[in-house]
Design a binder for this molecule. Structure first.
Ligand code: SAM
Ligand code: SF4
Ligand code: SF4
Length: 367
């Protein structure tokens, strides 16, 4: 799929997103509203997860964005205001590892003051590997963060070390999860990418560990995103297979009526002791309801996780452009959006074509 950059136009007449009958959504060519922003605050990470930033690519000589090329917090807040005008209701802060960005609390404080077009407070969430969460959970909550999702692919130390390629015990991530829970960053979710032959042994231990704790575990299919060098179809354990493994020990009941744009299909334990989610991004793509825009730490707008390149918003992040001009540029890109990469890929897989596309790095654009 090729994404053609539209020219950035500095229009001066903002078109408002609120109509007499309520909020008019900004719709793309497939009628999908712009509702969520994934904002990457840094492309660096202290982990080298084999499926995201394998060390042979992201080694000592890898050139990450210098801090001068990263958006400032001021620019991020301007960006968030523009997205809010267009109907965005939720901002997820991501990376790289977002907790490596110094002073993140100050950004969160400013984002937490934003309201949506319908007058509600902006929902603020964060995705983290959890390694720095124990120290930061309270200050993040005090700054106004609403929720946290922690990525954790194993309970067993040796498997965890192999997956994350860092010398850190699982207990450090569990301390972070506990700290987040203690300060009320809820509902808390744990995301685990499952790769056949690498950590499928950890599916049941993860469910056992979090059952009854109020933390929902969600299993993600291993995706062929930029960075995932060793990806192959055979390494994907489908959401269905994972659910069958879980159900062999824990009876599950489907949760009816989840949000249309939700990525996970959720089940609850039949005994009521919490939920388990399955994210079938490869086997049952959810492009039809994808309402997510992504902005990388250097101010590029991506309309799909698998886009080959983004639209450079930096010219409109300077003082010479208004929030309304920025919103119009984002809007004009969204109106042209036709991405449905995962759906197209799954058709190709069924027809036997296994071409792998070069896409943006996951660690740059955020998961
Ligand atoms: N560093 C943070 C973390 O790990 O939570 C935030 C950024 S990370 C890129 C966001 C999410 O993307 C994580 O939950 C990670 O597991 C997921 N991810 C990265 N590469 C993936 C892949 N190849 N397939 C599926 N999920 C992936
Ligand atoms: Fe870092 Fe998150 Fe990627 Fe792992 S998944 S390498 S923690 S950015
Ligand atoms: Fe959204 Fe692109 Fe993923 Fe489809 S492939 S769900 S359009 S990010």
């Amino acid at each position: 799929m090729n994404i053609i950059d539209p020219p950035i136009r500095a229009e001066t007449t903002p078109r408002h997103s609120v109509s007499a009958g309520g909020v008019t959504p900004t719709l793309d060519t497939l009628n999908r509203p712009l509702r969520d922003l994934r904002l990457s605050v840094i492309d660096q990470c202290n982990f080298r997860c084999t499926y995201c930033m394998p060390r042979d690519t992201f080694g000592a000589d890898y050139r990450f964005l210098p801090s001068s090329e990263r958006m400032s917090f001021e620019q991020m807040v301007k960006l968030a205001k523009a997205f809010a005008q267009l109907g965005v209701e939720k901002i997820r802060i991501t990376g790289g590892e977002p907790l490596l960005r110094r002073g993140l609390e100050s950004l969160i404080e400013q984002l937490a003051r934003l309201t949506t077009v319908s007058g509600k407070p902006m929902e603020l969430a964060l995705t983290t590997n959890g390694s720095l969460l124990a120290a930061k959970a309270r200050s993040l909550r005090d700054a106004g963060l609403g929720r946290v999702t922690v990525s954790l692919d194993a309970v067993d130390d040796a498997v965890f070390r192999r997956m994350s390629d860092v010398d850190m015990p699982v207990s450090r991530i569990l301390d972070g999860i506990e700290a987040a829970r203690a300060v009320g960053l809820a509902p808390l979710k744990v995301n685990a990418v499952i790769e056949r032959g690498a950590n499928d042994s950890q599916i049941l231990p993860l469910v056992r560990l979090f059952k009854g704790t109020g933390v929902a575990v969600r299993f993600i299919e291993f995706m062929d995103v930029g960075g995932a060098g060793g990806w192959s179809n055979t390494k994907v354990i489908t959401a269905r297979e994972t659910r069958e493994i879980v159900e062999a020990e824990f009876p599950l009941v489907p949760v009816i009526g989840h949000e249309p744009a939700a990525t996970a299909v959720n089940y609850r334990h039949a005994d009521g002791a919490g939920e388990v989610g399955f994210i079938a991004s490869v086997s049952q793509p959810f492009c039809g309801s994808c309402s997510r825009a992504r902005v990388s730490a250097d101010g590029q707008l991506y309309s799909c996780l698998f886009a080959t390149h983004g639209t450079d918003l930096r010219p409109l992040l300077t003082d010479s452009a208004s929030v309304e001009q920025l919103a119009l540029a984002i809007r004009s890109r969204w109106l042209q959006r036709d991405d449905r990469y995962s759906e197209l890929r799954s058709t190709q897989r069924r027809s036997g074509s296994g071409k792998v596309y070069p896409t943006v790095r996951m660690s740059l654009v955020g998961g």
